[in-house]
Write a protein that binds this ligand. Structure first.
Ligand code: C2E
Ligand code: CA
Ligand code: CA
Ligand code: CA
Length: 282
């Protein structure tokens, strides 16, 4: 028993070392990729449950490394956050997405919103607000076409400072979305205290919504509260037509998910918009 115990400890520390080495490799590859401009941004449409019209896109960063292959943001974003690389990377994603949205407006899709994920590390920067405003001014995107997505787990610790910055952004006309609602330490109090416009219901809530009454009552109750607070509600991870129908009845305003489209490279957005209009009309 003693031996196996020691063995376990050895394995444990070896795993830890492996993780540290892996993270260091990931970080050095990510730094290189950033310098070589090897990151890209994909865009996933959000459509209105009511009429199926495209209302916006969420920008999602993508990276395929020459040595590591495709790396999921769930793997590299935490490493970028720990190292601070998320600050320049996040600003680059924001600028790229704003340029894309401004271009879309020129091509006739002027009423769509661009949603961009913001890390807590970015929000904590003292110059976060002026940097965002500077990017808007430079790209010419109207402030009310931009939505920044934040998560409540990021608010822990520096709530007052975060609220101050979010209020400044809102005053400029930028929309704020609370992302991943229903995961982690979700609290209804955040819905009341955070200056947000939009609530994004996590995929975990959505998966069973067409099969289980309990999932359905959660979604409809949260939607009602959100609407009372004048927030709009987005359902994430919608994969089936049956979910759309139920979510529409439960009061969700927008849906986002593979059922409508996977995240798309910029050069496929126009073709998607044309094909979606056909599908909607037909
Ligand atoms: P998120 O913000 O919750 O983004 C939604 C994720 O769900 C995306 O994964 C998207 O591709 C995926 N998704 C969308 N529809 C469906 C569906 O119908 N089914 C399934 N199974 N998945 C769906 P992705 O792109 O891998 O991003 C993962 C997470 O990484 C994001 O979760 C976000 O937290 C983070 N992330 C991505 N891009 C950025 C970024 O530019 N900045 C920051 N700070 N975080 C980012
Ligand atoms: Ca998001
Ligand atoms: Ca989310
Ligand atoms: Ca997520």
């Amino acid at each position: 028993a003693k031996d196996s115990g020691r063995g376990r400890i050895c394995t444990f520390t070896a795993d830890m070392n492996l993780k540290v080495v892996e993270r260091m490799r990931l970080l050095s590859r990510a730094r290189l990729a950033f310098d070589r401009q090897a990151f890209t941004v994909h865009y996933q449409p959000q459509v209105a449950t009511r009429d199926g019209r495209v209302r916006g896109f969420e920008a999602l960063v993508r990276w395929t490394d020459q040595e590591l292959g495709p790396v999921s943001p769930d793997r590299f974003i935490p490493v970028c956050e720990d190292s601070g690389l998320i600050v320049p990377l996040g600003l680059w994603v924001l600028e790229t997405a704003c340029i894309e949205a401004a271009g879309l407006a020129c091509r006739g899709a002027g009423d769509v919103t661009m949603s961009v994920n913001m890390s807590a590390v970015q929000l904590a920067q003292h110059d976060f607000v002026p940097r965002v405003l500077e990017i808007l001014a430079r790209t010419g995107l109207p402030a009310n076409r931009l939505e920044l997505e934040i998560t409540e787990s990021q608010m822990i610790g520096s709530l007052d400072a975060a609220i101050g910055k979010l209020n400044a952004l809102r005053k400029a006309g930028i929309h704020i979305a609370l992302d991943d609602f229903g995961t982690g330490y979700s609290s209804l109090t955040y819905l009341r205290t955070l200056p947000i416009n939009t609530l994004k219901l996590d995929k975990a809530f959505i998966d069973d919504v067409h099969r289980r009454p309990d999932a359905r009552s959660m979604v409809s109750s949260i939607s009602r509260i959100a609407h009372d607070l004048r927030h709009s509600v987005v359902a994430e991870g919608v994969e089936e037509a049956a979910q759309w129908e139920v979510l529409s009845l439960m009061g969700c305003d927008l849906i986002q998910g593979y059922f409508v489209s996977r995240p798309l490279p910029a050069d496929r957005i126009d073709a998607f918009l044309a094909a979606w209009e056909d599908r909607r009309a037909g």
